[in-house]
Design a protein around this ligand. Sequence first.
Ligand code: DAH
Length: 358
Amino acid sequence: MLEELEQIRAEALAKLAEANDAKALEAWRVAYLGRKSPLKQVFTQMGKLPPEERPLVGKRTNEIRREFEAAYEERAAAIRQAELRRALAEERLDVTLPGRKPAPGRLHPVTQTIRRISEIFAEMGFQVLRSREVETDEYNFQLLNIPPHHPAREMQDTFYVKTQTEDDTYPVVLRTHTSPGQIHAMRMMSGYTGEGPLPENPPPLRVILPGMVYRYEQITARSEIQFTQVEGLAVGHNITFSDLKGTLADFARRMFGPEARVRFRASHFPFTEPSAEVDVECFLCGGKGCNVCKHTGWLEILGAGMVHPVVLRNGGYDPEKYSGFAFGMGPERITMLRHYIEDIRYFWSGDLRFLEQF
Ligand code: DAH
């Protein structure tokens, strides 16, 4: 029996040395330390032994079992080590490889245009202001000389946030243009609240007001319900139409190149008098005529005019003493012209294939 035990021991330890992974090790544990192991069988057969042999065999069996347990733990640790070394070797990182470039963000093409416009007017001494996008009917229309039911309101179909306010007077709208910023800018400078006598000597001002505007329109390749404008306003003593022309001509040269010329066509806006629409000579064909300018040689880029006396007064500037000019332009349109973009809907598509080109 003792011989048999030694045989079991030798065979088991030899097999353990051959177990090279967790699976083989587990199989070994079941075979030699489990319920059906040869050691267990020795125990069950102990009763058949002569009584004097039993203690010896029992003792040796227990010794071997402890030895197996220790050998098992040792082998398990060795296998864990080997697997760790293998994983480290296989999954080794080459830290000398160049890293992957993170995709950098970029400015939206319209933002780029607005920044360029702002830069140019800043060079000319204009402050850059922002005014609110949720506006009252009063600021968006009435203070700009567009009374309720004025036909000019049809030019700008409006998103109403609130159609009736508590005192039943001024509904709340999403601004349909940046022109209400004119009133905010003038009132900020003059301190006028809309009531009482006009302030004595409000300071002159030169500002541009870029921002988002909203119109309740059918979305097409040429019109969006949401787009940007840059409003301009200069108010002071003796500001004339020549100042407006000179400012916009200079803007065009800085924006589109030293050769760019502008032309003024008579137009109408309720908040300016006289009013004009301004074209810039087509910078794509140099005025010779192409598809983009529809063979006219000119591109319409903005509306402008001398600030209407009613509007000056609403801002706190006495029209007897002050005058001013204003203009409003569309950065989307300018961006489309500069980059041959044929559909305004690309700007809000969120399509990276489009946006990554700028
Ligand atoms: N607010 C006008 C529009 O949305 C654009 C405009 C025209 C602005 C003439 C002006 C201006 O300041 O003088 O169509």
